[in-house]
Write a protein that binds this ligand. Sequence first.
Ligand code: BV8
Ligand code: ZN
Length: 270
Amino acid sequence: MDVLPRLATGSDLHAAAELLAGAETLLILTGSGMSRESGLPTFRGPEGLWRGVKPEDVASIDAFRRDPKWVWEWYRERILAHRNVEPNPGHRAVARLQKQFGRSTLATQNVDVLHERAGSKGVLHLHGQLNFVRCMSCTRRLPLEPVLLETLPPPCPACAGILRPDVVWFGEALPEGPFQEAVAAAHACDVALVVGTSNLVYPAAMLPQFAKQEGAAVIEVNPESTPLTPDADVALAGTAADVLPTLERLVADLRRTRRRGGARPGFANA
Ligand code: BV8
Ligand code: ZN
């Protein structure tokens, strides 16, 4: 696995921890970088899932209608990879951080269930989930059973129609409920924490902008800069599994100290 730069400095972490410790409501938006240190590849970039394929050739309904077997072969590889990975310290830090807030919303663009397996509840999957399939004919949605991957495309057990991965492809609307809930959370939050996304895919990439428009603080965690970086109040240049556990611990210390009415804990080696 490529070793990513670990550049988040103490003062950035301190500034981010101060913003989070003083906030009541939190929106967290994650992308594939969140699961990178669990061993799942991101989409873009030299190691990305999409190297060698055009996104619209594997992540669009036209591609699926043209060659469902090929699209399924591409997704079957990802599904099998999902079975062999565990949540990383970043996922677990997100779940602990959420517990520190009166109200927190976790919206992910990821189709894995690593946030749930790390303890996060009510995760909003903006781009669907790979552990479910949907029938192109009778539209029923069912859990993806291993047996279904033997013949591709898998037939619907109810109507023998073709089953598709329950993910959102380009040109398809995001699931109404989860997206609207994420939009409401973006408009209401005090802080938006954006982790591991290139912020290139819409309308998910609008969520931090909505938060910013309402005066929320935006904190980005990403080893690279993205179109969001210039608008972030704090850009933590580091990886999810490296930055988030330290950040969560600093926020918990700050909250504890404030509850005791004491001075700010030292951040010497943050
Ligand atoms: C729609 C399938 C309309 C699921 C994907 C304006 C408004 C609305 C739409 C558009 C718009 N402009 C353009 C559009 C169309 C399009 C779009 O956004 N195109 C882009 C490319 C310009 N959007 C759509 O088509 C959406 N649908 O708008 O429909 C509509 C409305 C009503 C009725 C009908 C239609 C649908 C978008 C979803 C597309 N599906 N994939 C799957 O296979 O998983 S997109 C794909 O990109 C994934 O879903 C992924 O979730 C998404 C975002 O990618 P990232 O997660 O950010 O991953 P990426 O590799 O890009 O970046 C990883 C980042 O992590 C990097 O920054 C890296 O530095 C960082 N990183 C790496 N390692 C780490 C790390 N960070 C932290 N720690 C680490 N260790
Ligand atoms: Zn069916």
